[in-house]
Design a binder for this molecule. Structure first.
Ligand code: LRH
Ligand code: MN
Length: 388
């Protein structure tokens, strides 16, 4: 196994971006449950994200979703974040909640609707200019429910046209991250259903177009770490939307449903040279805490990514390569399983203490009284949510 000093040094560099929407009310088509103390606006969501960073030390940025986080002055919001010790990160566009988008947004047969969607995407680039964000993340709910409903080929042409217009508008330091998803809300053909489709569009656009892997967006049984290895090799892995699932896009806490899969994914990230902190890959959470308290759930999620990363960093590349090249199947597998079986919690607790943090962030959060304070303060107004 690798020496712990090097592993700790690498862990100290970790950066995990939080989703503003995880702090708002979320649910399913059956019910969106409310919780006391939930933020009423982007400022309070940023404050909750800053609280997660205060206790974990590795979550220094928060992704926004437009218009869920719409404010009059995005530069002022970015200043508010900075005052709280975090940065506004990835800007997520939303072209999936307007009646006009029933038959799609940028893939819609109606040019008026496509123009409307494109205008929103371009407006999100304006937001990036104001917040200083590097990444625009695009996920399209676009798709069809019945064979023949629309031309699969024509929709791809429309998508490519819109993406090219957005890419052309980006500033030199800005990137476009394209997120794929197998299905839902479309149930026959989703226009960006898989990594291959996303890769084709990103390769057509240029170097600053990359693919986002949302760990909940694959068919059951998909070897996601293989997709990660392939995208890294192609230089086209732009980021992750981390969460976990037992069945579909459940958006549960990352590592909760399948910690071994998260470890295998982080192993491929480390092996593929993708774990360079200020690097190309945006490690983001994309989760919904429908029934559990949201801030402790985000803290726990960050810790789950830290644990999977620590185990992956423990793998000795030399030992593994030796076994692999020798064709020692069991030996090579054992190198990985030994790292995975290692209890890295004491190492992470030690790291937190060295960073001046409490070794148990969840317990420290509960002792802080922040949860009780926001319940008392956040009375009145309208709680934030999906407003689906
Ligand atoms: C779509 C998705 C996408 C977001 C949304 C909140 O399922 O993963 O990343 O825009 O969730
Ligand atoms: Mn996502």
């Amino acid at each position: 196994m690798r020496d712990l000093v090097a592993v700790k040094a690498a862990l100290r560099q970790q950066r995990i971006e939080l989703p503003s929407w995880a702090f708002g009310n979320t649910g399913t088509r059956f019910k969106v449950f409310t919780q006391p103390g939930v933020p009423r606006d982007a400022y309070e969501k940023v404050a909750d994200a800053a609280t997660v960073h205060r206790f974990t030390g590795v979550a220094p940025s928060v992704a926004l979703h437009i218009p869920w986080d719409a404010v009059d002055d995005y530069a002022h919001l970015a200043k508010h974040a900075d005052d709280l010790g975090v940065q506004v990160g990835t800007i997520n566009a939303n072209v999936f909640q307007d009646d006009d988008y029933k038959l799609g947004s940028v893939c819609n047969p109606d040019p008026r609707v496509r123009r409307k969607a494109l205008d929103h995407l371009l407006a999100c680039v304006e937001v990036m200019d104001a917040t200083g964000s590097r990444d625009l993340k695009l996920w399209f709910a676009d798709g069809t429910n019945y064979p023949g409903q629309d031309s699969i080929r024509a929709r791809q042409e429309r998508l490519a046209e819109a993406l090219a217009a957005v890419y052309q508008r980006l500033g030199p330091e800005q990137r476009l991250l394209l997120e794929y998803k197998l299905f839902e809300p479309a149930f026959y053909a989703t226009d960006v259903p898989d990594w291959g489709t996303a890769l084709l569009h990103c390769q057509a656009l240029g170097d600053r177009a990359k693919v986002v892997v949302d760990t909940g967006h694959h068919a059951p049984g998909t070897n996601i770490e293989m997709i990660v290895a392939l995208l890294l090799r192609a230089g086209k892995l732009g980021g992750f939307d981390f969460n976990s699932r037992f069945y579909a896009d459940d958006d549960l806490m990352v590592g909760a449903a399948d910690p071994f899969q998260l470890f295998r994914i982080m192993h491929e990230v480390v092996r593929g040279g993708g774990y360079a902190p200020q690097g190309e890959i945006a490690f983001m959470l994309d989760q919904c805490h429908n029934i559990e308290p949201k801030i402790p759930a985000q803290i726990r999620s960050v810790m789950n990514v830290q644990e999977a990363t620590a185990k992956a960093l423990l793998v000795s590349a030399a030992a593994l390569a030796g076994m692999q090249l020798a064709g020692d199947v069991l030996g090579a597998n054992a190198v990985l399983m030994d790292a995975y079986a290692t209890d890295v919690r004491p190492l992470l607790a030690e790291l937190r203490e060295e960073q001046g943090l409490d070794p148990d962030p969840v317990a420290a959060y509960h002792r802080s009284g922040y949860g009780e304070r926001i319940v008392a303060e956040r009375v009145g107004g309208t709680q934030a949510g999906w407003d689906a």
